[in-house]
Design a protein around this ligand. Structure first.
Ligand code: NAD
Length: 421
């Protein structure tokens, strides 16, 4: 398969929206690159007494609307271009969700599965030490992402607080609830996804209790989507897939059945009773993406819908829970086919929205109930969805371009008012 550079994808998506918006060239050029990029190399004492140097990144893409916000990934294949792309998408995401933040992202090049917990702690603390002058509750607020957890955030918040000599829960979100995390953060992204699906179904007159759904990816986001689809929308998930392969059942796969199965295996096993095995990671997921379902939810990794398979997609709606699951070429094909796409930075904005709620609660030292968090999240997602859906119809553009138009207009206006352009 052709290698796709995610930052080039992000820039191409922006270029398309800039053209549709007739964006001033000075603003367009300013938005094509991040404002600030930090590359740090720092030393960490390993358990065997040796010292190793790790590379970390932090990208602050644009802060016209407020302090930058975005996750931290610990991954062996982390590259600056991936971090830049994700930071750009965070910028559009916070703007479309109407959150007073800019966008950022960061990461450390490392292999968490080859590190002990104490080594992970020392890497987390050393990374924060290396970037401590550039982050802060009013500057740049990190959060968990791939292979970082609430425990990682707890260490990082503690290290930052020690360096600055203050108690600063608001420097980082995604913390454990006991030290300032928000209720409802665990399934916030999935909850946001299902709110946008509910709204799309309303617009399309689709009855969700009769709809069939395929979910690719069964991690933090995908597994909660499965549960909430049944619990909140009464919908039927007919296929699920992960790194081990994919399974299908026309009658639907119950969430409780998968959970029971996972108790014994850690991940769901592909020979579960009453389901059809679609194949291993490549073959099974390829078939899953091409199933004749009403709603397809990519919730795993980027670039799974490409020019090679887009023509075979049969779903009426694609809800992009994952970041960057669709290449620009595939996007054109899917739009041509009339598929209703809920674009990633709108669809998965629930996570950053509850992160913002966490920061607001930390600043006020006053905490909300779970019900209050869900209600506020629903309002934000419903409004963001309506802004994008309506804009797409008014301008006769696809939903992704409309989402870019809504968010870039807000950022451009802020840049102008600040006198940057
Ligand atoms: P995760 O690591 O918890 O789960 C990823 C899942 O994808 C796993 O089930 C894994 O087996 C599966 N997977 C990996 N490679 C695959 C492949 N080639 N084919 C099929 N399945 C594969 O990650 P997550 O937190 O659930 O995130 C999933 C996506 O959602 C990512 O794109 C992430 O950037 C995006 N996202 C997550 C959040 C969040 O709050 N966690 C917020 C916004 C966006």
């Amino acid at each position: 398969m052709k290698e796709v550079n995610p930052f080039e994808t992000a820039q191409r998506q922006l270029d398309k929206a800039a053209e549709a918006l007739d964006l001033e060239e000075s603003i367009h050029q300013a938005l094509r690159e991040p404002m600030r990029t930090f590359i740090v190399n720092f030393q960490v004492r390993m358990d065997d007494g040796s010292s190793r140097t790790f590379k970390g990144y932090r990208v602050q893409y644009n802060d016209a609307l407020g302090p930058t916000k975005g996750g931290l990934r610990f991954h062996p294949d982390e590259t600056l271009d991936t971090v830049k792309a994700l930071a750009a998408w965070m910028t559009w995401k916070t703007a479309v969700a109407d959150i007073p933040y800019g966008g950022g992202k960061g990461g450390v090049v490392c292999s968490p599965n080859q590190l002990s917990e104490r080594e992970m702690e020392r890497i987390s603390r050393s990374y924060i030490c290396a970037i401590s002058d550039y982050i802060g509750p009013d500057k740049d607020i990190p959060a968990p992402d791939v292979y970082t957890t609430s425990q990682t955030m707890a260490w990082m918040m503690d290290e930052f607080s020690k360096i600055k000599g203050v108690n600063a829960p608001d420097v980082i979100t995604g913390k454990p609830v006991e030290i300032g995390g928000s209720m409802g953060r665990g399934d916030a992204t999935a909850r946001g996804v299902i709110y946008t699906i509910r709204e799309a179904a309303n617009k399309l007159n689709m009855s969700l209790d009769k709809a069939s759904i395929a979910v690719q990816g069964y991690g933090n986001v995908g597994s909660h989507i499965h549960r909430l689809m049944e619990e909140q929308l009464g919908a039927k998930v007919v296929a699920i897939g992960d790194e081990g392969g994919a399974i299908y059942s026309e009658e639907g796969i119950r969430y409780s059945k998968v959970m029971d199965n996972m108790k014994d295996h850690g991940v769901f096993s592909k020979d579960m009773d009453g389901v059809e095995y679609l194949g291993g990671v490549d073959e099974g997921n390829k078939k899953l993406l091409e199933l004749d379902v009403d709603i397809l939810i990519p919730a795993a990794i980027e670039n799974v819908l490409t020019e090679e398979n887009a023509d075979e997609v049969k779903a009426d709606v694609i809800a992009e829970a994952a970041n960057g699951p669709t290449t620009p070429e595939a996007d054109d094909i899917l739009n041509e086919k009339g598929i209703y796409i809920i674009p990633d930075f709108l669809c998965n904005a629930g996570g950053v929205t509850v992160s913002y709620f966490e920061w607001v609660q930390n600043r006020n030292r006053y905490y909300w109930s779970q019900a209050e968090v869900y209600e506020r999240l629903d309002k934000k997602m419903t409004k963001a969805f309506a802004d994008v859906h309506n804009r797409a119809r008014e301008e006769d553009v696809d939903n992704r371009t409309a989402a870019y138009m809504v968010s870039i207009e807000k950022i451009a206006q802020a840049m102008k008012l600040r006198g940057w352009v």
